[in-house]
Ligand binder design. Sequence first.
Ligand SMILES: Nc1ncnc2c1ncn2[C@@H]1O[C@H](COP(=O)(O)OP(=O)(O)OP(=O)(O)O)[C@@H](O)[C@H]1O
Length: 450
Amino acid sequence: MTEPMEILFVDDEVDFSEGCVRWFEKKGHRVSQTSSGQDGIDRCSVHDFDIVILDWNLPGLCGIELVQRMRESNPDTEIIVLTGEGTINNAVESMRLGVFDFQTKPFPMGDLERRCLAAVERRKLKKENTQLREVITRTKKPATTIIGTSQPMRVLGRLIDRVAPRDNAVLIQGESGTGKELVAQAIHSGSSRSGRPLVTINCAALPETLVESELFGHEKGSFTGATQMQPGLFEVADGSTLFIDEIGELPLALQPKLLRVLEDGSLRRIGSHKERRVDVRIVAATNRDLKTEVAEGRFREDLYYRINVMPIDLPPLRERDGDVELLVNHFLGKDHEMDEEARQAMVAYSWPGNIRQLINTLERAQVLADDGVITISDLPEELRHEHTQTVASHPTGVELPKVGSLIALEREHIAEVLRRENGNKSKAARVLGIERRKLYRMMKQHGIEG
Ligand SMILES: Nc1ncnc2c1ncn2[C@@H]1O[C@H](COP(=O)(O)OP(=O)(O)OP(=O)(O)O)[C@@H](O)[C@H]1O
């Protein structure tokens, strides 16, 4: 059984095309027909056919013009020319225009179906090529190993194994820097879609106006600056997984459009009337409480339920007993060591910025360390401070339950980084390992003056 194809016959010999339609429909393909070249062009501009089978000599439009206009309005659709009078010149000319095949009637139906299948194969390869090119230029490749053997991380590992092979949407929730992108990558790697690359978009990293065009694509000239047609990341991720990071930042006006793709896989590029179909699994992540966002009218309830089919909550690093040591060993590398006091400070610290903050801290310490040995003096002030407090109040080394609210800690940390960077938000955001927009939002939440 071959995969069903969507085919349009454009031929003014109505008996002939009706015969073709019946034959192809019996084989399970979706087929339509028209006897007018202009109607064929119009249909192609609103529908994404796999193949158009064209007569070369239609009244009103010459073959070359017809092919040119079809290619312009639909560069992805493959064209097969089937004509009563085939001349070498016409065949050469149509091939030059990118037509897949040029055949003369009568042509056996079985052979025509085989040519169609070959054309669809070429269409798939072209699409895969475009996808790969886009993925290489528009996404970065995250690391793949998730480090951690603590109880919550073992539970998480089992959950990922269960969720990955299913095709439902997944919502990953967790504080900033807890590894949401890494988990998304693991889910994708464990799915049947893993042969294709994971495609990523971060809604917080893009200006609101660009999010729509990045996700859904745009046609040439659809807005100022749209000098080239660009497929959206949904099209790039066709057959694969799209990771939508910071989905809580998705503008309210765009949310119905996302809901629609999730419901029936259909979308329209900006500036296009043509409906396209995609087969994309969504993995979304957020560090906002989406339920609150729904309650406060910033996130659509229907979209929330649609993406929250399989929720995964990532624990913050401070709740992963024993994992800090493992992460330190992993990210320290072969060229550096860390003395005992520094290790204790790393373990005792509450890591409001989670693993990302830990990695940044180690990178900084590696630069400062003398002779490759990291000591407490190479660690940032907030770690030294917390360490001193722990040691002072617990000279016997008894494990101390952490005091003070995490929110207060987060506030203090942001304020301190801003102070150190003399109020420069871009630099502070880089040090904190978060996007600038997110820093602004957190400053607002914590009431930190900018
Ligand atoms: N368990 C882990 N093992 C190894 N590396 C990790 C782990 N968790 C996170 N990381 C690393 O920490 C960094 C931050 O992780 P990631 O970007 O996945 O976090 P996030 O939760 O998506 O953050 P944000 O909400 O800010 O986007 C990345 O470099 C990631 O590779």
